[in-house]
Design a protein around this ligand. Structure first.
Ligand code: PLP
Length: 373
């Protein structure tokens, strides 16, 4: 057994989480109404500079709500990068619409605007940039395309709480933005999600669909088929406590990422952030030299034997069983296919000390040497 165990991520619940949950229990307001919900929503909206924030039960339903509110439905297409978590595409499918996949850029590994331009067609309704691993996507060319073709932009910011694009926090930079509060995300509520928007009409539709489609002015009257996507007051109590230290969390992650960079930059390729942007550093990801998936997995196995947990990068979505049969150009994603095969997510969380990071880097470089020798 290795003496050190370094998980790939670990939540920090050392603030007011327990106190607020206790307070929530004592109040008996443990379901989806209560003070903590309102305070969490308001606090989150203020944090990312959005007019409105709507809490929900996870980041996947946040995406589903965003697409529903924008009117995405049967026959529509939504442009999604192929290198992202499966939820980005599944939410499109929940609307009986079709994800149209695009390749990624070789530096930031985010949606490639030139490929987006090629894949816009008469059925395209929206573009979904994903701020992958916390690195902001190139929104300006996407906004231009959206303007020209009358498309909506849905930011999937599930991994990017606190990331900045040209000085602005991501989330409210398109029409609707979504976040996840899963246990390994930058801010967690156990399970949870948030939708942000600056548009009052969209806010109302988001609330409508989240709450079973109930008319806000008439109890038990349902103008649409909605969903029960509500967050509980208990989750919001945890979220409120998490937000009290969000700046400290981001600073700690920045310190961790910087140390990885100083140790690895000359040896391995790390995911890049565009000039003027600031990553939220959800995961530090390294591209291993040469080979592909088999070598990457051998390096991961050597690290596991050293007590270091890592994660492979996502498999490209266009090649996943639900989507491959509909794919007309499975070879059309060379950058994503390469990053997916060679990318390795390294332990990234605020509690890592410099000695942990140095240990990971030493073992990683040794493992790479052994596998590629
Ligand atoms: C985590 C994640 C989601 C989904 O969030 P859940 O809260 O797990 O439903 C969506 N998109 C991306 C890119 C994610 O990383």
């Amino acid at each position: 057994m290795p003496e050190r165990r370094i998980p790939v991520s670990a939540p920090d619940l050392s603030g007011n989480e327990a106190a607020y949950v206790q307070e929530c229990l004592a109040s008996t307001w443990i379901s989806s109404k209560g003070d903590f919900l309102e305070r969490f929503e308001q606090g989150f909206a203020d944090f990312c500079g959005a007019r409105f924030a709507i809490a929900c039960n996870n980041g996947t339903s946040a995406l589903h709500l965003a697409l529903l509110a924008l009117g995405v439905g049967p026959g529509d297409e939504v442009i999604v990068p192929t290198l992202t978590y499966i939820a980005s595409a599944n939410a499109v499918r929940y609307c009986n619409a079709t994800p149209r996949f695009v390749d990624i850029l070789p530096d930031t590994w985010n949606i490639d605007p030139a490929d987006v331009a090629r894949k816009i067609g008469p059925r395209t309704k929206a573009i979904m940039p994903v701020h992958l691993f916390g690195v902001p996507a190139a929104l300006d060319p996407l906004r231009e395309l959206a303007g020209e073709h009358d498309l909506a932009i849905v930011e999937d910011a599930a991994e990017a709480h606190g990331a900045r694009h040209q000085g602005h926090l991501v989330g409210p930079l398109g029409d609707v933005g979504t976040f996840s509060f899963y246990g390994n995300k930058i801010v967690t509520t156990g399970e949870g999600g948030m939708v942000v928007t600056n548009d009052l009409a969209l806010r109302d539709v988001l609330r409508l669909y989240k709450g079973q489609g109930q008319d806000p002015g008439r109890s038990y009257w349902f103008p649409v088929v909605g969903f029960n996507y509500r967050m509980t007051n208990v989750q919001a109590a945890i979220g409120l406590a998490q937000m009290e230290s969000v700046e400290a969390k981001l600073a700690a992650r920045a310190r961790v990422a910087e140390r990885y960079r100083s140790r690895l930059d000359s040896r391995l390729t790390l995911q890049a952030t565009s000039p003027g942007d600031v990553s939220a550093n959800w995961m530090v990801v390294a591209l291993l030299p040469g080979g592909g998936e088999a070598e990457r997995d051998s390096v991961a196995a050597l690290l596991a034997a050293d007590g270091i947990e890592t994660r492979p990068v996502f498999y490209p979505l266009h090649a996943q069983p639900p989507y491959l049969p509909h794919e007309s150009d499975p070879g059309g994603y060379p950058v994503a296919i390469d990053a997916a095969a060679r990318g390795l997510c390294l332990p990234t969380w605020g509690g890592l000390v410099d000695g942990d990071i140095d240990y990971v880097c030493d073992r990683l470089l040794a493992a790479v040497e052994r596998v590629t020798a």
